[in-house]
Design a protein around this ligand. Structure first.
Ligand code: 48N
Length: 318
């Protein structure tokens, strides 16, 4: 029986050597050559055409890499839950200081970045109070200096720069559109638990456990998890709420009212290992400690990420 593709008079890629040369008359073969925009300019009517492709090549280019990543990061050194400003800042600091560590970032949304694509009330500018401008300088994000604080002209400039730097680290893999829906635990000698990884599922699956039959999750083992899932909300404060339901902490302090001066110091100074194997940072921490919220100023998110990375390296070197 001929391969199905042959029935449509198309050579299934399996029957055509991968490095085949298509009919040069219809498909100018690129042979791995890369092009420049200058070569393309104004050639649209003079022989322009894309290099040939078969749909299965696109499928394999994506799936081979994704499933290799799932295999590689099934055992990670550190898992960061939540790719908001704190989680990404943590990843940036760890990516810079420990290129030897395998770091998986699990982000429920298709679009990472959390609440840091805009400033407050959907305005564009992002405010960071000094000394957080040190993080912007390290990252290479320009800002306007207003004395005790600085302003990045668009929050998306900060978040896109941070995201691009994090994604460029070869030892960091972002699994977005993927939710952490539980924590892996191991018993400790004193009757408590140590967190030893995360339980994951496609976010769309996580959102439909109530209306579909059992859709079991996947797992990532890691000796250290850093949770930065934001303050309470449909997905927020995930790990600390789970610690309460697992009876590892008695109750949540609950985020308090807005007080910039109190909130930002408390979040940065409070970033820590809440239970063995689990560091909490960013606004998720406000739910544990009952810290105030700070509203539309983001310095604490960046510096909580810096501190979370420091705490991680202390734990990791123990
Ligand atoms: O931006 P967030 O929500 O969280 P942080 O802590 O990185 O930054 C908080 C900051 O944006 C503020 O809230 C500002 C400073 N305002 C404060 C205030 O007073 O209002 O990012 C959390 C990320 C999001 O992208 C979520 O999608 C993701 O975590 N997430 C998860 N990802 C995977 N699995 C989960 N269970 C999960 N829960 C949340």
């Amino acid at each position: 029986m001929a391969p199905p593709a042959a029935m449509f008079n198309e050579p299934a890629i399996d029957s055509v050597p991968l490095k085949s040369t298509f009919d040069v008359k219809t498909f100018p073969v690129q042979n791995g050559k890369t092009n420049t925009l200058a070569e393309l300019a104004d050639k649209w009517e003079h022989g322009f055409t894309f290099a040939p492709i078969r749909e299965s090549q696109v499928s394999r280019a994506m799936t081979r890499r994704y499933f290799k990543d799932l295999d590689t990061y099934a055992e990670s050194d550190i898992v960061i839950v939540g790719a908001g400003s704190c989680g990404l800042s943590t990843a940036y600091m760890l990516g810079k200081s420990r290129p030897d560590l395998k770091i998986a970032i699990i982000e429920a949304s298709v679009s990472p970045g959390g609440g840091a694509w805009l400033g407050g009330q959907l305005f564009s500018a992002m405010v960071m109070r000094k000394p957080a401008e040190a993080f912007l300088t390290d990252l290479g994000v320009p800002f306007e200096d207003e004395g005790d604080f600085v302003v990045v002209k668009h929050a998306a400039l900060f978040t896109s720069t941070l995201l691009s730097k994090v994604l460029s680290f070869p030892n960091i893999k972002l699994f977005n559109a993927t939710a952490v829906e539980d924590l892996i635990t191991r018993p400790t000698a004193n009757g408590g638990v140590r967190i030893a990884g995360v339980v994951t599922n496609w976010t769309l699956v996580t959102m439909h456990h109530d209306d579909q039959s059992c859709m079991d999750p996947n797992t990532i083992n890691a000796p250290l998890v850093i949770s930065t899932t934001g303050h309470d909300g449909p997905f927020g404060a995930f790990s600390v709420k789970r610690l309460v339901s697992m009876q590892q902490i008695e109750k949540l302090g609950g985020m308090r009212g807005l007080d910039m001066n109190t909130a930002e110091d408390a979040i940065v100074k409070g970033t820590r290992e809440v239970v063995p194997g689990l560091i909490v940072g960013g606004m998720e921490l406000s739910e544990v400690d009952g810290a105030n919220r700070m509203g539309p100023t983001f310095g604490a998110m960046a510096l909580s990420g810096v501190k979370a990375a420091e705490e991680a390296l202390k734990v990791f070197e123990e």
